[in-house]
Design a protein around this ligand. Structure first.
Ligand code: FE2
Length: 292
């Protein structure tokens, strides 16, 4: 047997071993780790590569398998962190990902200190307070102030989540243009990066009073869009995903219920399609940001 044949025979058995290893790892992921979908895809990709792997050296395959395994290990180690929910009323101010003077001269240290330590902290405190009060209402059955606390939860919750995003979408080494898939998506959604930038800037300029300009991904239209938020919210919390919704505009019930909105709401519970809500929940759960 010459050197080349020897190499091919060894590779084939090695490839079969690796395929079995992939199957074991895949089975392990499916049964134990509901958040590991990105690794499922990587393993499937690696297995596809193994099918056309005669020309690849063992050491190269070994390295690829090792890398996959290392990534999987660090994913498992981080999983506790990932599945950790923020307990009711225990949101925390996230640390600024750079020094307070890092964005100078574009944003001064004084603004950053005030903005992060005072304003953002007050949204965190306000959200915690609202969550605790709403928890109390559920416990006591006294919902007389629910409108107030929902407003507080939305205002402060949106303030907290949007600022948490805001600090991270800036960086002293930032600027320039996006790359890769985002670049393509911007081009497909807005025509060009320049058109996007102009639209985003004009939307920001035109926000009435205080507020935000926001680039969003719409899973429904599968496109990017630019939106404005007045104040932080208008009774929503940005950075959340709707699961169950109830339309209480008069057009949804008035013809039948007149002004008896309560009866309409009572009857709504008889027709809720829970499997659909469960499905939305399962899909939404896959989006995981670091908890704060
Ligand atoms: Fe702010």
């Amino acid at each position: 047997m010459n050197e080349k044949e020897d190499f091919v025979v060894l590779s084939e058995s090695y490839i079969n071993e690796l395929k079995k290893w992939c199957d074991d790892l895949y089975g392990n992921i499916i049964s134990e780790h509901p958040f590991a979908s990105e690794f499922e895809e990587k393993i499937i990709r690696f297995k596809t590569e193994l099918d056309k792997a005669e020309s690849v050296s063992e050491s190269e395959l070994y390295e690829q398998a090792n890398q996959l395994y290392d990534e999987f290990r660090s994913f498992i180690e981080g999983e506790d962190d990932r599945s950790l929910a923020v307990p009711i009323g225990q949101h925390k101010l996230p640390p600024l990902p750079y020094r307070y003077n890092a964005l100078e001269p574009y944003i001064s240290e004084e603004i950053m200190r005030l903005h992060h330590l005072k304003h953002h902290q007050s949204y965190v405190d306000g959200l915690n307070k609202a969550e605790i009060e709403m928890e109390k209402a559920r416990r006591t059955g006294d919902f007389s102030l629910i409108k107030h606390w929902e407003r507080e939860a939305a205002f402060n919750g949106a303030g907290h989540y949007l600022h948490t995003i805001f600090w991270n979408v800036m960086n002293p080494k930032g600027g320039g243009e996006p790359k890769g898939e985002l670049k393509e998506a911007i081009k497909n959604s807005f025509g060009s990066f320049q058109a996007f930038k102009k639209h985003f800037s004009e939307a920001a300029k035109a926000v009435e009073g205080g507020g935000w300009a926001i680039l969003v991904w719409s899973p429904r239209s599968r496109r990017l869009e630019i939106l404005q938020a007045e104040k932080h919210q208008n009774l929503s919390q940005w950075d959340v995903i709707p699961l169950l919704v109830l339309d209480v505009w008069e057009h949804a019930y008035y013809l039948q219920y007149k002004n008896d909105r309560q009866k309409y709401i009572d009857n709504f519970w008889k027709i809720v399609n829970w499997p659909e809500v469960e499905q939305r929940f399962q899909t939404a759960k896959k989006v995981i940001w670091k908890p704060y």
